[in-house]
Design a protein around this ligand. Structure first.
Ligand code: ADP
Ligand code: ADP
Ligand code: MG
Ligand code: MG
Length: 592
């Protein structure tokens, strides 16, 4: 077991503190050089002199230090290490000969790093961070293993790799159209743009595309690049359910003849896409260990139950539990919030929503493709956007988490909390007691909101929204930027809060597992007649009917896993798929 000391460099501001880490360090006070100033003016924490007392962790005013043990992996298995007090990755995934392998694990545990190492864009330093990695050393390390051949071909330039990077927003700065960007791979861009559903946007400049459209462009370019190995880092981000399923089919087709590795947090999608998966475990920004490959069904079931037997690793204390609804429709609670027909007219878009009723204690998911008016509907109920026709319910106390989050103040969450304590509409004790541990915010309390990552900001925003006691909670895409674990945690906290407050919630999301765990009923949005200038919303419906309405459009059926009761996408044309379609049961309730 090794002790590791991590300095989160972005959070460390050595000019704005009193060097509390050093001042209070017991070995330093005994005259040992356990924490010294490094060449960049930031502390270096000696892992050999550190006694693991954790005082520096608590004293740092910016939550910039982590001290922990790596029980699971051996130092000889380090693949890559970013600096002395930096993140370290243990072991690598193995790209399949053909087919798709997935990487499933928390944020900040090295999944993107592993893909860059496989692609050869990051030469792994095998832990020797002082100098850049050398292929000769890498080949020596992997001699006699299956990765040896992989790296030898990479080194010789004999293995071509096409990658879809995690962050697609960056490509919007390239001054080209979608057609030009995809065509740069050498192939005719039109067929693939049509396949991903972008034919009408082909001539748009990248700067004019939405996040979802940039994702599709980036996937299209990767798919049309001739290569031996394809790497997709979080392909579902920003995509709606319809596009997630469409992309899944395209990737499966690619996997029939090519080697593909995919990092993905949407479990329904990953389950359908990949044949095998490596679980990744560790500690965010500190270390990550990549497990041996498991068959897909086992991988997700292991992930949900939380214990990896082969490697004696526990991911979570409580298993994630699904239930085979049919839920409460027969005994839906008493109506708590009722809304009449609503409509909103924008230049070029007209939304109509049928009247509906939200019951006490009920969480209602909102599903539908992008640009069908889900956010507009939620904004009308939040009182942020007035309806063109119809009236929103008056006198209902609302707590709202918008879809797009932007930190505008460099205050920390703790500072925000101090202000909110005086606010009678905020429950500070709920926040501290339940939401801080439930969403792992303890390590973030002293970080400037502007320094938080997308996922960290999302967790903070969800916690703040849930800590405002309300009758109606409106959460717009809370799973965006979250890893699978965090999604499950958010689903659970939403349910708990709704029950506790005898309140009701509307939750817009695209992740089927998240929706299945969080919601009792569904509202479904769409473009009637396929006309993108109109949007229509209806419901709430019981889960089964809501899913049927949604899935009928995309011709995808789900069954339930016998062991965990989680929904699983049926293979297209399989016996179950054909039977369920014939019966119109797209979201099958019984286990099987
Ligand atoms: P994941 O994709 O699983 O979220 P990443 O591979 O992106 O994780 O990063 C793992 C950790 O490695 C990050 O939390 C970050 O602290 C660190 N890291 C990533 N890239 C670099 C880099 N270029 N330099 C230093 N540290 C890095
Ligand atoms: P969703 O949340 O389902 O993706 P939105 O409610 O965000 O959809 O948007 C629905 C449609 O309304 C989109 O075509 C969008 O461009 C348009 N829209 C949204 N807000 C405005 C606005 N303030 N002005 C003009 N058009 C808007
Ligand atoms: Mg990543
Ligand atoms: Mg929206």
């Amino acid at each position: 077991m090794a002790r590791i000391a991590i300095l989160l460099s972005d959070r460390c501001h050595p000019k704005e503190c009193q060097w509390e880490c050093q001042a209070y360090c017991p070995p330093v006070r005994m005259g040992q050089e356990c924490i010294v100033e490094g060449p960049n003016g930031k502390p270096i924490i000696s892992e050999t002199l550190c006694i693991g007392c954790g005082i520096c962790v608590h004293k740092c005013p910016f939550d910039a230090i982590k001290i922990l043990n790596t029980p699971e992996a051996d130092e000889t298995e380090i693949v890559h290490r970013y600096g002395y007090n930096g993140f370290r990755l243990y072991r690598l995934p193995l790209p399949p000969r053909t087919g798709i392998t997935g990487l499933l694990g928390p944020n900040g545990t090295g999944k993107s790093t592993a893909l860059r190492v496989l692609a050869g864009t990051e030469v792994p330093n095998l832990g020797h961070f002082e100098a850049p990695g050398q292929w000769a050393a890498v080949l020596e390390r992997y001699r006699g293993t299956q990765l040896h051949d992989h790296f030898r071909r990479i080194e010789r330039g004999q293995l071509s790799v096409a990658s879809k990077p995690q962050y697609v927003d960056w490509i919007s700065e390239e001054p080209v159209t979608a057609t030009e960007y995809v065509g740069a791979s050498g192939a005719d861009p039109r067929p693939i743009l049509t396949e991903v559903g972008l034919e009408t946007k082909a001539d748009r400049r990248l700067a004019e595309l939405s996040g979802g459209e940039l994702q599709l462009v980036s996937i299209a370019r990767t798919l049309s690049t001739p290569a031996d190995l394809y790497l997709f880092d979080e392909p579902s981000s920003y995509l709606d359910i319809v596009h997630r399923l469409a992309i899944a089919r395209l990737l499966r087709r690619l996997g029939e003849s090519k080697s593909v590795v995919v990092v993905e947090h949407d479990l329904a999608l990953l389950d359908y896409l990949a044949d095998t998966a490596h679980l990744v475990y560790g500690e965010e920004a500190a270390f990550g260990v990549i497990s041996h490959p498991l068959p897909m069904r086992t991988a997700i079931n292991t992930y949900l139950t939380g214990y990896l037997k082969d490697e004696n690793v526990r991911f979570r204390t409580e298993p994630v539990q699904f239930v085979a609804h049919p839920p409460k429709l027969s005994h839906r609670g008493s109506p708590l919030v009722t809304f009449g027909a609503l409509s909103k007219r924008y230049e070029g878009f007209h939304l109509t929503v049928e009247p509906g009723e939200l019951s006490k204690g009920e969480t209602v998911g909102i599903v539908g493709p992008n640009a069908t008016g889900k956010t507009t509907f939620v904004k009308m109920l939040a009182g942020v956007e007035p309806p063109t026709e119809g009236a929103t319910p008056a006198g209902v106390k609302v707590s709202y988490k918008p879809q797009y989050l932007k930190a505008t103040s460099s205050a920390s969450l703790r500072e925000r909390l101090e202000v909110l304590r005086a606010d009678p509409t905020f429950d500070a004790s709920l926040f501290e007691r339940d939401l801080v541990p439930g969403l792992r915010l303890d390590g973030l309390l002293d970080v400037a909101l502007t320094d938080l990552s997308g996922g960290e900001l999302q967790r903070a925003a969800v916690a703040l929204a849930l800590a405002h006691p309300a009758t109606l909670y409106l959460l717009d895409e809370p799973s965006a930027y979250l890893d699978a674990d965090e999604r499950m945690a958010v689903a659970k906290l939403i349910r708990r809060q709704i029950e506790r407050q005898a309140a009701t919630a509307l939750v817009v999301d695209h992740d089927v597992y998240f929706l299945d765990l969080a919601s009792d009923a569904l509202m479904v949005f769409g473009h009637p007649g396929g006309d993108h200038a109109v949007g229509a919303g209806a419901g709430p419906f019981a889960m089964r009917e809501g899913m049927n309405r949604l899935l009928r459009e995309v011709e995808v059926t789900f069954r339930r896993d016998a062991e965990t009761l989680r929904p699983r996408i049926n293979r297209e044309g399989s016996v179950l798929d054909r039977e369920q379609r014939a019966k119109g049961e797209y979201y099958y309730e019984a286990a099987g």
